[in-house]
Design a protein around this ligand. Structure first.
Ligand SMILES: *Cc1c(COP(=O)(O)O)cnc(C)c1O
Length: 477
């Protein structure tokens, strides 16, 4: 009998499967572009979903690959649909679906140089280009890690080490940073990971556009210092997650300089605006930062996860981990850029840099500027439409491709939060559009991230009609 291993390695079967799968994916992409009525999500409850897969997993092999693939696709969110307006995750560039397959084939776990000769060189080139765009000097240095959460942690741990080097007697349990109350939760998590009370973090209130209110920075800094806090960094959002609002990075840079703080820019989502002539100005001040992160798997349409972490200088980039793993890296010069594992959490690290490197080689960096312009532009148009519409209320004018709004009601017996929650449930059950929600100033808002460059204003008008219909059918309306 044929062994399972030789069965798994039958190349004839493999190439047939690859072609069939590629054709299926290609049809999905095509339909996403051309069919505005195609379903984005076929929502099922967690219990029903688990039942389906339990039954599936109980079947005896062999399973036909395409039967399995079809089930997976039909039971997952399809980000290539024009109605995909959910979280900040993109439909992946078709060529990057291929680089993902190539990445899996090579599987060079690139923490040490020879296990990632190509990947390490590509990372240096791409992060170098990004550093120049952000306005850093020649000494800037970066690498890629697995996600913005890990990127923020890598940078803030470097900031901590930088501060403790200069202040070895600082009370560790009093360490603190300043960040907008609108910041992504990964910032707070860095404190949990570092073993410092998260309550120490000075959360700066936001203004009416959900950007940090920088007018009160000095006052909050003095107060925290009087309370014994040892503030070591200030973090700017570029942009915030809920509403896509940019903090005033120039002012933050000045504030950080004045108080000798590390300045970190969380550009996970909005850092990609650096590729756009129209929107790059929103990142002004980043050139004075000590560190900045940028997720390739958000606005740059790469598959998850792939995040650039860039430091103002190579020396600063070495601070996160001063620990040595000598069995991996024979101690030579400290500034060996080509062993990226010295500076990242990952040991076996994926060659995810191939996605952006390949897209840049095929389409030029211009493709990223185009994506940002298209999606940020669509958000502005959508917001204009919402502002003109009597039934809708816009949370704030969008500064990126994230638009938050809600259906308005003046009805005394109808709770606006409950109504909007109901609307979201109806739209999700219909499945053509997928959007999410957020709480702003205590109220429930519908939240859209316009991630698909094929979504049109017509699609968004269809969404608004659907919302109005759902609202009119709400009990009591
Ligand atoms: C998405 C996001 C993160 C987290 O990044 P992951 O890649 O999801 O880990 C951090 N900060 C901001 C502003 C984000 O938008």
């Amino acid at each position: 009998m044929e062994s399972r291993i030789s069965q798994a390695f039958q190349t004839g079967t493999f190439s047939e499967q690859a072609i069939t799968l590629a054709k299926r994916i290609s049809r999905e992409i095509e339909r996403g572009i051309s069919d505005p009525g195609a379903r984005t999500i076929a929502y099922e409850s967690p219990e029903a979903q688990l039942r389906f897969w339990e039954e599936d997993s109980g079947k005896t092999p062999p399973e036909d690959l395409m039967t399995l693939v079809n089930n997976i696709i039909e039971r997952s969110v399809n980000l290539h649909r024009r109605g995909y307006l959910g979280h900040q995750v993109p439909p992946v560039l078709p060529v990057n679906i291929l680089t993902a397959a190539l990445m899996a084939f090579l599987n060079n776990g690139m923490g040490v140089y020879e296990m990632g000769m190509t990947g390490n060189a590509m990372e240096k080139i791409v992060t170098g280009k990004l550093a120049r765009r952000f306005g850093f000097g020649n000494d800037a240095s970066g690498f890629v890690t697995s996600g913005g959460t890990l990127g923020n942690l890598t940078a803030i741990m470097a900031a901590r080490a930088w501060f403790l080097k200069a202040h070895p007697d600082a009370d560790y349990q009093q360490l603190s940073i300043m960040v907008s109350e609108q910041a992504h939760y990964s910032i707070e998590r860095t404190f949990i990971v570092m073993g410092i009370p998260a309550e120490n973090i000075v959360k700066v209130p936001a203004d009416d556009r959900f950007s940090m209110n920088t007018d009160i920075l000095e006052e909050l800094h003095s107060r925290a210092s009087r309370e014994g806090k040892e503030i070591f960094a200030v973090v700017g959002c570029a942009c915030s997650t809920a509403t896509g609002s940019y903090d005033d990075l120039e002012t933050l840079a000045g504030f950080a300089g004045k108080h000798s703080l590390w300045f970190h820019v969380d550009g996970a989502h909005g850092g990609a605006a650096i590729f756009s002539e129209t929107h790059a100005g929103k990142l002004k001040g980043t050139e004075k930062a000590h560190s900045v992160i940028l997720d390739f798997h958000k606005m740059m349409m790469a598959p998850s996860l792939s995040t650039a972490v860039i430091f103002r200088s190579h020396q600063l980039s070495l601070l996160t981990f001063s620990q040595k793993a000598d069995y991996l890296w024979e101690s030579r010069e400290e500034d060996e850029w080509y062993h990226s594992g010295k500076r990242t959490f990952e040991c076996t690290k994926p060659m995810s840099i191939m996605h952006v490197y390949t897209a840049m080689r095929l389409y030029g960096d211009e493709i990223y500027g185009e994506i940002v312009d298209r999606l940020y532009g669509l958000a502005t148009e959508f917001a204009d439409r919402l502002r003109q519409h009597p039934d809708f209320e816009l949370a704030t004018p969008p500064q990126s491709n994230i638009v938050c709004f809600r259906y308005r009601t003046e009805h005394p017996d109808i709770n606006a939060d409950a109504l909007n929650r109901h609307i979201l449930d109806v739209i999700t059950a219909e499945g053509i559009f997928y959007l999410v929600s957020t709480r702003l100033n205590g109220s429930f808002y519908l939240r859209t991230s316009l991630m698909n460059p094929f979504t049109t204003m017509e699609d968004l008008n269809t969404l608004l009609s659907g919302i109005t219909t759902a609202a009119r059918k709400y009990p009591g309306s």
